[in-house]
Design a protein around this ligand. Sequence first.
Ligand code: TRP
Length: 449
Amino acid sequence: MTQQKSFSSNLGAIMAAVGSAVGLGNIWRFPYTCGKYGGGAFLIVYICFVFLIGSVLMMSEFVIGRRAQHTPIKAFPALRPDRKGWGLVGLLGIVTSFFILSQYLVLSGWTTGYIWESLSGSLAALGTSAAPISNYFSQFSTGTKPILFLVIFALLGLFIVLGGVQKGIENVSKVLMPVLVVLILVLCVRSLTLPGAVKGVEYLFSPDFSKLTGEGILAALGQALFSLSVGMGIMLVYGSYIPVNDNIFKTAMWITVCDTLIAILAGVAIFPAVFSCGFDPAGGPGLVFCVLPNVFNTMGGAGQVFSTIFFILLMVAALTSAISLLEALTATLCEHTGTRRGIGAGIVFLLTTLLGVVFSLSVGPLSHIKLAGYTLFDFVDRLNSIYLPPLCALLTVIFLGWVMPETEVLDEFTNHGTVGRRFYGVFRFVARYVAPVALIVVMVSGILS
Ligand code: TRP
């Protein structure tokens, strides 16, 4: 069964894909990773990877998805019917998406919970010393409260996906993405006008290459893939919804530019405030949940307002990403089983929420259960960031560059020879040689580290 779903316009496609790309990766993960590996130097390497490799991966997924008009498991064999085994790449992507969504729900639950904690004044009451704030977070995240928020968040996602591709996902993204930009700009203005903010700006934009280690370079590539949501078949599904006349190159470039700008703006919102209050920018995963509440508390009464805005921002970003995962999984399930969309979405919701609850508990009550020495949550986190997406991304570019008939790639990339011919050569070269080598390096060093 081929699908007939599609976004209504190029703008709609861009907004939905930006919604998928802009997520916790931009606002939660990017600033602390950037902080850890030396600020500006990391930023430069990151930008090179995002534009050179990440965007090419996105274009590859778009080409495959739009050409095949199928969800990932059927898309690969549809383009090379004599090589059915490639369906396994689609399957790998779908499995990865399933794990990412379950894990994403845990973090999204914390974020949603922190909107409440912030509104209710519980965070503000913790004062300005670091210990009570970190203790509060460890008690919160290891307790059972996040489960409630996880379920609320997942239900919100479910309702949007039930609305459909255009009326649900596209329309919600068209509203939420501008809201997100406004919220982040408000925080940037606040952060930049704090005393001593300039140090944070310098940190982010003046490169200190001595802090950029080999590990930092790999982290930059991993982050580039993660941030663009490539390497798990999500963009392939969205690609199949891109209207036929849209220019794939331009669409992917717009998404890449927006995603990168929002990551940088998140840095501008966070670093100056962190420096101004005398904290460490390399705060690790706790930067958002431990350092920032402290930063907000030093601002006095208005801090509570900014803190609430910040966690709403984070939740909006997470929600538009979660719906893309939910959509891709639902579409795949429906294509394979022929179930109605509503039922498919319900099943995916139930399964991922259940697994999410298990991951959430693995941070607290179930933390004694270990896989290869990691808690379940940390285990999937490693799987999701180091192993599965680069592997799936690698196989995707190999398929596009070496397996899919070139005439079809060219035809799809250029809309039957009418657009984007100028960039085709570079696109193909990167997809065939540069991206595979870079991805192999990332994976090998990820495994060795
Ligand atoms: N890009 C998302 C972010 O920056 C994270 C992510 C990775 C994702 N893969 C995904 C989101 C797949 C949706 C679908 O947070």
